[in-house]
Design a protein around this ligand. Structure first.
Ligand code: DP6
Length: 361
């Protein structure tokens, strides 16, 4: 599909008002997206596990208005007005208006809430932008009931990408790939697709415990972080590595090869942080407790031969990944050894999920 496919035809209906609600999960990348061209065209392909528990629920109420010249909306976050988030949503709506021409015809009330604790340092932009995009697509479907499901999902992912790159991987489950790759049919820079190759069942129920090492404001926003890949001395090699890692991942995912999976996932996380440490300006988002946790994971894996590994986003929190068959003993390890390194002892048990869902009121 190309950008043109996302321009709607003439709408068949014109409801006066209504309400839609969607719940979209967060996702955790195995091969990371880091570096982009405008607007959120990734410098390299990426792939992620869709999560389940960590999610954003968004309702959009829409009501016909008289003036069709401007965008108009109110924003409520966890029940309270949140003007602070408005500029980001305004910019997003302006960016997608060409693809959703009904936007200026209605006043919107956007109500959003996260399942995870506020300012836990977990990226809410992926789940938030995915949930909002799905709501907007659902409204478009009311205006154009013949909209088919494939187009609905691809366009929701396309719109989410325009809000935040990684958000395009939060529409479907359980493994989502984004970014054009010559060996992955139907892959696109414009939206995420369900990973089209064989995946061993072990990965369908993989667990992710998010260890909240540092809950404060991120030192660097991902937008600024991505920019630092322009002119970065190792950028081209890194982008090539991501392309090749997606090739290498194919037999690993098909065969459930956990040893190779662990090497790939940990190397990707450390490469992401190595890119941040070697950009100009440089920065370091790991905290001392991040490193302590990583060392404990390595020791535990060595001593018990349990296939646990870690990955990181652009922050200090650690995602501990392990097969669900190891859940009991790994969760004891977490309680005994890792919780002490988390801010206020906080962590979240999550697992691979099957994508966003519509909530019927
Ligand atoms: C480190 O999607 O947050 O989580 O496109 O600027 O909104 P923008 O960036 P964002 O970048 C996330 C990068 C990452 C890796 C990943 O999820 O692939």
């Amino acid at each position: 599909m190309t950008e043109k496919d996302f321009l709607p035809g003439v709408y068949q209906k014109s409801p006066d008002n209504g309400k839609v609600t969607w719940k979209a999960p967060s996702n955790i990348a195995l091969v990371k997206y880091w570096g982009k061209k405008p607007v959120q065209i990734p410098a390299n392909p990426s792939i992620s596990f869709t999560l389940d528990t960590c999610a954003t629920t968004t309702s959009v109420l829409f009501e016909k208005k008289d003036n069709n010249e401007t965008l108009s909306f109110d924003l409520l976050f966890e029940g309270k007005p949140k003007d602070h988030f408005k500029p980001k949503i305004q910019a997003f709506l302006e960016r997608v208006e060409t693809y959703l021409p009904f936007l200026k015809e209605y006043h919107f009330t956007i109500e959003t809430s996260n399942s995870f604790p506020h300012s836990s340092g977990i990226a809410s932009s992926a789940s938030g932008m995915a949930a909002l995009s799905l709501c907007l697509m659902d409204i478009e479907k009311e205006l154009n009931p013949s909209l088919d499901e494939d187009l609905f999902n691809s366009k929701a992912s396309y719109l989410a990408r325009l809000g935040s790159g990684s958000a395009c991987r939060s529409v479907k489950g359980s493994l989502v790939q984004w970014g054009r790759h010559s060996n992955i049919p139907k892959s696109s820079d414009l939206y995420g697709i369900e990973y089209p190759f064989e995946v061993d069942p072990v990965f369908k129920s993989y667990c992710d415990t998010i260890l909240l090492v540092h809950k404060g404001q991120k030192q660097v926003s991902s937008t600024v972080g991505h920019q630092l890949m322009h002119g970065h001395p190792y950028a081209e090699d890194r982008f090539e590595q991501a392309f090749s890692n997606l090739d290498k991942l194919k037999p690993i995912l098909a065969n459930g090869d956990l040893e190779e999976f662990i090497k790939m996932v940990e190397s990707e996380a450390l490469t992401l942080h190595a890119m941040m440490m070697t950009s100009m300006p440089y920065f370091m988002l790991m905290k001392p407790d991040t490193l302590k946790i990583i060392n404990k994971i390595w020791q535990y894996r060595e001593a018990t031969k349990t296939p646990v590994c870690f990955t990181l986003d652009a922050g200090a929190n650690v995602h501990l990944l392990y097969p669900s068959s190891n859940k009991e003993k790994v969760q004891i390890f977490i309680k005994d050894e890792l919780v002490g390194h988390c801010e206020n002892g906080q962590y979240i048990h999550d697992q691979v999920g099957s994508g966003a869902i519509k909530i019927n009121d």
